[in-house]
Ligand binder design. Structure first.
Ligand code: NAD
Length: 353
């Protein structure tokens, strides 16, 4: 992966546009860009989890300190359970005790859990301080670090408390993915394949090639797609919904097993298979699409398939707020989507038939 030149994408959100910088080695060589955004003399919260800290934390902290940035390292336990009000409160307390002011900054160094929690802390601490993302999982690099959704989980459900809060910079170093456990890498690939399926026949074809494409190229394509969608619909009132391809069924699959059998990406992969199959069944999706999507998912280790029968109960409980039906994101063909509203009764017939 080394040798890739850094690529810069701008997310053009009015009044708060920011750069996503992607390239091999940026974890350290990109820190000057980070320090340029931090006000001199202000302390910065560097938030991470134990797994990431053990591998990369010391180097990042030392690098920032060498550039004159004083840091308060806040290292949390890994895993979704950390994305809660308790850990958020601990982060606020640590930031306050360290003397971080309204002119301070929060840096998230980690996966989506660290990014979502740190982003919400940045959005709310002293009514908002600067926020920088250094994502270290593939999912965070192609998805959660871009777009400004931040959140924590509460007992009633995932991501129920949060804010739209854009970072000032996203710094992506694909080299850190080499230490990612294979299941986590595959989970990120589910989102990568999703981007190809919904918006980019060329990305899809690139992933199908026998030669392994450069991760920088893949991550750039995904961030460009997400950035376009987010710039058009920052607050998720319309077009951003297409990013949910496979997710209605994926969430239902996660619920079917009480969130124990599959990680999110694996469930979304199985959900995309169902969405493609349903689309073909009702004539919305070009024939052969489901087979091609299935082969690509297989290729990246996302081999799980789930029966659609009985899934409707979990979809209904997931979509409690929606009266009588659900907006499904389906493929027209690879690279193009269509949204279709289905009443629960209609969908039940399609799924169980
Ligand atoms: N904000 C958004 O738009 C958005 C979008 C999608 C998902 N999410 C959220 O993202 C979260 C999931 O994120 P995730 O999949 O990155 O999970 P995660 O943050 O839990 O990371 C997965 C595991 O990988 C470890 N890890 C991280 N980077 C590593 C590295 N480079 N090497 C070795 N290990 C590493 C972590 O310690 C953790 O154990 C969920 O909470 C989800 O709700 C948010």
């Amino acid at each position: 992966m080394s040798g890739d030149a850094a690529k810069i994408l701008n997310v053009p959100i009015a009044g708060k546009s920011y750069d996503i910088v992607i390239g091999s080695g940026l974890l350290l060589s990109g820190l000057e860009r980070v320090s340029a955004l931090i006000r001199k003399g202000e302390k910065t919260a560097l938030i991470s989890d134990e797994n990431v800290w053990q591998r990369y934390g010391y180097a990042v902290e030392t690098g920032l300190n060498a550039l004159g940035i004083a840091t308060e390292a806040i290292v949390l336990p890994p895993g979704e359970k950390t994305k809660d009000i308790g850990h958020l409160s601990l982060v606020y307390d640590r930031m306050a005790a360290a003397g971080i002011t309204r002119k301070g900054c929060v840096i998230a160094l980690g996966g989506g859990v660290v990014g979502d929690l740190s982003g919400f802390a940045a959005a709310t601490y002293m009514r908002g301080v600067d926020f920088i993302q250094i994502p270290t999982t593939l999912l965070a690099q192609v998805d959660s670090s871009v777009g400004g959704k931040t959140a924590v989980d509460i007992a009633a459900g995932k991501n129920l408390v949060g804010a739209f809060y854009q970072p000032r910079l996203v710094l992506i170093d694909p080299d850190v993915l080499t230490s990612l456990p294979p299941r986590e890498f595959a989970a990120g690939m589910a989102e990568v394949i999703k981007y190809g399926a919904i918006a980019s026949p060329s990305l899809f074809a690139l992933l199908e090639q026998t030669t392994v494409p450069s991760m920088t190229e893949i991550i750039c394509s995904c961030c460009a797609i997400k950035s376009d969608i987010v710039a058009e619909d920052e607050f998720d009132n319309g077009h951003r919904a297409i990013l949910n391809f496979g997710h209605t069924f994926g969430h239902a699959i996660e619920k079917r097993y009480g969130f124990s059998k599959y990680n999110h990406g694996e469930a979304v992969a199985a959900g995309m298979r169902i969405a493609a199959h349903i689309g073909e069944k009702i004539g919305m999706t070009a024939p052969g699409t489901a087979a091609r999507l299935g082969s690509l998912l297989d290729r990246y280790g996302l081999t799980a398939t789930e029966s659609p029968v009985g899934l409707i109960e979990h979809i209904k409980s997931d979509k409690k707020g929606e009266a009588g039906g659900v907006n499904l994101v389906l493929l027209k063909a690879l690279g193009a989507v269509v949204c279709v509203y289905k009443r629960f009764e209609e969908l039940e017939v399609l799924l169980d038939d």
